[in-house]
Design a protein around this ligand. Structure first.
Ligand code: HDE
Length: 707
């Protein structure tokens, strides 16, 4: 039944329902209350999305119910295999901007001109945990960047740690099996604190350098925004004349480096397993776009020959002090994804995706990766046509003779599907171009076909030692504590002792410290080493997080715990001081309804105290009247809020009236430089934010440890 209007539109009635159809009758533009109609995948408008088709109200379901069967069929097939490693990730869009032309070293299009912007997509990830695990696992973070250049896609598939566990790709399945859940019981999840992992690595001395990094705070970053990224392998840049320069890629966060403490990581995992992804989402959607600068370490054969280690060995880095970093551009992340599955899940990085001007080296890990990534995408995305998915498709012209396969979306449209052919332009399809095309850097190769590990890869301890001595005392303490934590979770004594035997090659303080933490009195003999470690490598200050921490609170989050009667002007002053510095503020109270201030106005809370432990903030403040503070003091979560902030070396601002809370939190007698009393309006708020620039009062931890 339809009623036609003067403008050609119609009101259509089905049973009791009425639909407006615009002139022309395009069904899909019509809707009740202006929304598009719900359809099946075939475009048929669905009349009832609440009830299946049955024989009578209580009768059996009917097979002919195609909207129902299609809906369930599609739902049943929603999941695809998660990544075998790096399953849990979070992506964002942005661009890369080149600072100056790099035509002196590479012909890669994205580096040819100052100011050129190349669209980019980045996916950060943890390695070992499954897709639903926690963001704060102690783990390496993936830092994979896809550059959609005008000459094809370049994937720089890096990590936040510049070295890797193994030297040869053939060991990858072993290290990943050992790190992930044990096959019989299916746990532990997203952690390396178990026998299998330490059993393998204690038998694999080449992993020692990487172990030092993952036991350091690098493996528990405060967020993706505050960590570095590394290409790990040595690559090559090729200029227009075909000359090759070795290169290592570095990403430096403009936000500065920052990590959390292990005890915080444990608690964040409970309070907000999505802490890192939420942080990135919040930063980008609030317009605080994170940035990283791309740095290159460029060197030639002469340096490679005289460097103490093999530049093809992925368990080694080149200290920045030896080959300084040339900063060549910036990566800005300014757009979150529209759909997590379509973009973050379906993005497919492949190390083999390089563009003219960038080439591989013979690093055996890189060579193995070049096989694995393409292979894994086929398994995961189900078809060789994954390259046509919008997130993976190049943003430059693509023309080839590849065709068909599952989900083919970009098949050739003319007659010729082979080459060479004698069809004319338009029909005959594309042709190779020896000038613009990709050329591999020519390299002479001779050698016996054998399975050998080069002698130049045999030193497994010197750079581990260099890493350890480059850390500040508090960072060394964290490394020791992390080894102790993880090894204490091992059930087998012999594994712990073998690991200690390996650490003896790294540094006496490390081995002794870990032994003490494990309650081992007699250090075991050092394990057999292929080569004596070099003990006079100088410290590399660039390797310390604390020494390279932020100089500002910008991008950080201050949590302010309020109770009724708080001084309204103190809150205003704190908020202004924090926000002027570029930090964000979140209000926490006993109820989400918030608290009423001294001026009678109510401030809504972003969080109820039970859901907002202080581990979620970089610095905290407590504001309350004496009565309000007494009420807070009765809440265990409020007590933990303060005592944890103290234990995690955070800066704490407090109103003079909050004494009762500080008392029960056990910190009233411990007021040190990390506490700022809010008794002087804006001046004390400014003093607090100024102190927060250090992010942590590390002396507090050193004092507690008696160091
Ligand atoms: Fe990966 N790695 N990897 N890896 N990797 C994968 O590819 C592999 C290595 C890295 O966000 C897989 O699409 C082998 C080093 C990142 O989608 C797989 C070896 C570095 C990501 C694979 C390595 C990385 C991956 C699994 C040793 C730092 C996530 C899913 C030879 C330079 C990319 C996938 C994303 C993902 C294999 C070692 C970084 C199986 C065989 C070294 C950031 O192909």
């Amino acid at each position: 039944m339809a009623e036609e209007h003067l403008d050609g539109s119609r009101t259509v009635r089905y049973g009791e329902e009425e639909f407006e159809r615009p002139a022309g009758g395009e069904t899909h533009q019509t809707a009740r209350d202006g929304r598009p109609p719900l359809t099946t995948q075939q475009g048929v408008v669905v009349a009832d999305n609440q009830n299946t088709l049955g024989a009578g109200a209580r009768g059996p379901a009917l097979l002919e119910d195609f909207p129902f069967r299609e809906k369930l069929f599609h739902f049943d097939h929603e999941r695809i295999p998660e990544r075998v490693v790096h399953a849990r990730g979070f992506g964002a869009h942005g661009y890369f901007e080149t600072y100056e032309s790099l035509s002196d070293v590479t012909r890669a299009d994205l580096f040819q001109e100052a100011g050129r912007r190349t669209p980019a997509f980045v996916r950060f990830s943890t390695v070992a945990g499954n897709k639903g695990s926690t963001d704060l696992a102690r783990d390496v973070r993936g830092f994979a960047v896809k550059f959609y250049t005008r000459e094809g896609n370049w994937d720089l598939v890096g990590n936040n740690i510049p070295v890797f566990f193994i030297q040869d790709a053939i060991k990858f399945p072993d290290i990943i099996h050992a790190a992930k859940e044990a096959p019989d019981r299916g746990f532990p999840q997203a952690q390396t604190a178990h026998d299998n992992f330490w059993d393998l690595v204690s038998l694999l001395p080449e992993s020692t350098h990487m172990l030092l990094w993952i036991m350091s705070d690098r493996a528990i970053p405060r967020s993706f925004r505050f960590m570095e990224g590394f290409g790990v392998h040595t690559f090559r840049l090729i200029d227009a004349q075909g000359r090759s320069t070795f290169v290592k890629f570095h990403w430096k966060p403009k936000q500065g480096l920052q990590s959390v403490l292990w005890n915080e990581a444990l608690k964040i995992s409970g309070a907000d397993p999505d802490f890192h992804r939420r942080d990135l989402w919040d930063a980008i959607t609030s317009g605080d776009f994170p940035e990283w600068e791309l740095g290159l370490q460029l060197f030639d054969d002469e340096f490679a020959d005289r460097f103490a280690f093999d530049v093809l060995d992925p368990t080694k880095l080149i200290p920045e002090e030896e080959v300084p970093i040339r900063t060549v551009g910036r990566l800005v992340l300014d757009r979150v994804v529209d759909n997590f599955f379509a973009e973050t899940e379906q993005v497919a990085f492949c190390t083999q995706n390089v563009v003219p001007g960038i080439d591989f080296t013979d690093d055996p890990l890189l060579q193995g990766r070049n096989f694995s990534y393409l292979d894994t995408q086929l398994k995961r995305l189900g078809s060789p046509n994954f390259t046509s998915l919008p997130i993976n498709a190049p943003k430059c012209p693509v023309a080839h003779f590849q065709q068909d396969g599952h989900m083919a979306m970009a098949n050739p449209t003319s007659r010729a599907n082979y080459e060479p052919n004698s069809w004319g332009p338009g029909v005959g399809g594309p042709r190779e171009d020896p000038v613009r095309g990709f050329h591999s850097a020519p390299a002479a190769q001779v050698g016996e076909k054998r399975r050998l590990r080069p002698d130049s890869f045999a030193d497994h301890y010197s750079q581990a030692r260099q890493f350890f001595i480059s850390q500040t005392p508090v960072e060394q303490r964290h490394i020791i504590d992390a080894f102790v934590f993880e090894l204490s979770k091992c059930e087998r004594d012999d594994i712990r002792l073998r690991m200690l035997g390996g650490l003896r090659h790294v540094h006496d303080d490390l081995a002794r410290g870990v032994a003490d933490g494990l309650g081992v009195e007699q250090l075991p003999e050092p394990v057999e080493a292929a080569r004596r470690p070099i003990t006079d490598l100088p410290p590399s200050p660039a390797l310390s997080l604390v020494a390279n921490g932020p100089a500002s609170v910008a991008g950080r989050k201050v949590g302010i715990l309020l109770a009724d009667g708080f001084d309204s002007s103190s809150l205003q002053a704190l908020r202004a001081a924090a926000e002027e510095e570029g930090a964000t503020v979140e209000i926490i109270a006993a109820h989400v309804a918030g608290a009423t201030g001294s001026d009678g106005s109510r401030v809504a809370a972003g969080q109820k105290i039970d859901g907002a432990p202080s581990v979620l903030y970089d610095a905290v403040a407590v504001l309350a009247s004496a009565d309000g503070a007494a009420r807070l003091a009765r809440l265990p979560a409020a007590r933990d809020f303060v005592s944890d902030a103290y234990a995690h070396c955070k800066f704490i601002a407090y109103a003079p009236e909050t004494g009762p809370l500080l008392e029960v939190a056990g910190v009233a007698g411990l007021l040190d430089d990390g506490f700022v009393r809010l008794d002087d309006g804006r001046a004390s708020a400014d003093a607090f934010i100024e102190r927060c620039r250090q992010v942590r009062l590390w002396d507090r931890q050193l004092a507690a440890a008696g160091s």
